[in-house]
Write a protein of this length. Structure first.
Ligand SMILES: Nc1nc2c(c(=O)[nH]1)N[C@H]1C(S)=C(S)[C@@H](COP(=O)(O)O)O[C@H]1N2
Ligand SMILES: [Mo]
Length: 381
């Protein structure tokens, strides 16, 4: 069978086959580590960011659970499923659902590449992206069964995790308080049939770090929307502006209007087009550059630039499903010495991953949504 058919068959017949495949054509070879290794994660972020898997050690299209990154702004609560309930309130019939009830409801699976919107926005923050097969039950059906009212505007998803935040920061009237993690979505987005209340990751119960016993999976949305350790879903008739909606995960860009600088602030929501050089694999005197590309629309082209050369078309392996990344490769005959490798993705609608000097990136003040082209350095012996 052709490789592509193998992959399709793998997708259709479940996980096992896909998990075992190398993510690109070269099954064997020597991996050349990047010369520009990211600096260590500084102490303040060490609790929040766990298990970043360097691109060099990513060898499968599906990211195994033990290689999947984990982000927690507060704690990582250990939850006892037997006593746990998912409570629905607000513009619905008040409801408390057990895990058994949710598991007994119709099952929906989705393979989705989940990326943190801070990925590549900070020097130490690389490879906060992974692809998993998620299983759960459809969120829209649960909300409809609970009688969601027509006047509903926003759906808020509360985690169980809590931590300290500060109001009036820096002012003499600064106030510290304990907050519960929450994120919201407009009703129209929440009711998207792709969204699931998810209890399974790659065929296993959700690991604690990834939200056990239940999380939201919102395919196509940046990591932050995918609330873990769900405890409560509240339906409101107005917008919600909690910490992770109104103050953080807000992207700020300066634009010029009528000769004046204006700050445009938008919520981090749907994922953006992106690609990354993953690793360089050596087989004798043959080298292969392997990477991934993903985005809101099907990726049609990936191009690679070596040093200051011209853009070359990489080979896409056809591994893309509606919400997943796709592997690409480029054969390479390098000269000894240091080289730079840059990739850029182009999607079926013609959108190209921006260069670092594109105004959309250059005028961005916050580190969220850093989907600019990534350049890596490699030393060839
Ligand atoms: N309850 C809760 N959900 C959360 C978070 C959190 O801190 N608490 N972090 C979010 C962020 S910023 C990201 S990128 C994703 C990461 O999902 P993962 O930890 O399964 O990789 O979870 C999101 N869901
Ligand atoms: Mo994130």
């Amino acid at each position: 069978m052709h490789r592509r058919d193998l992959l399709r068959a793998g997708i259709l017949s479940g996980l096992a086959m896909v998990t075992e495949r190398a993510f690109a054509q070269s099954a064997s070879g020597k991996i050349i580590p990047w010369a520009d290794q990211p600096p260590p994660i500084p102490p303040p972020a060490q609790n929040a960011i766990h298990n970043l898997t360097p691109w060099e050690s990513l060898d499968s299209w599906i990211t195994p659970n033990d290689k999947f990154f984990s982000i927690a702004h507060y704690n990582r609560p250990g939850i006892e499923a037997a006593a746990w309930r998912l409570n629905l309130s607000g513009l619905v019939k008040p409801t408390a659902l057990t895990l058994e009830t949710l598991k007994a409801a119709p099952r929906q699976e989705v393979t989705f590449t989940l990326e943190c919107s801070g990925n590549n926005g900070l020097p130490f923050f690389h490879s906060a992206v992974g692809n998993a097969r998620w299983a759960g039950t459809r969120l829209a059906d649960v909300l409809r069964s609970a009688g969601i009212q027509d006047k509903a505007v926003e759906v808020v998803f509360y985690g169980t995790d809590q931590g300290e935040d500060v109001a009036n920061r820096g002012a003499p009237y600064e106030v510290k308080y304990i907050d519960t993690f929450a994120r919201s979505m407009p009703v129209a987005d929440a009711m998207n049939p792709a969204n699931i209340l998810c209890y399974e990751m790659n065929g296993a119960p959700l690991p604690t770090a990834n939200g056990y016993p239940l999380r939201l999976i919102a395919p196509g949305w940046f990591g932050i929307a995918n609330v873990k350790w769900l405890s409560h879903v509240e339906v409101l008739d107005h917008r919600y502006l909690g910490r992770f909606m109104g103050r953080e995960y807000v992207t700020m860009r300066e634009v010029q209007r009528d000769g004046r600088a204006v700050m445009v602030e938008t919520p981090v929501s749907r994922m953006l087009i992106k690609s990354a050089p993953g690793r360089v694999v050596q087989n004798g005197d043959r080298y292969q550059i392997e990477g991934m590309a993903w985005g809101p629309n099907p990726i049609s082209t990936v191009e690679v630039k070596i040093d200051n050369g011209s853009w070359q078309k990489a080979k896409l392996d056809g591994s893309q499903a509606p919400f997943t990344w796709q592997a690409w490769t480029l054969d390479w005959k390098p000269t000894p010495g240091e080289h730079t490798i840059t990739s850029r993705a182009i999607d079926a609608t013609g959108i190209m991953q921006p260069a670092p000097d594109d105004p959309v990136i250059a005028n961005k003040k916050t580190y969220w949504e850093s989907n600019e082209q990534i350049t890596r350095h490699v030393q060839i012996a």
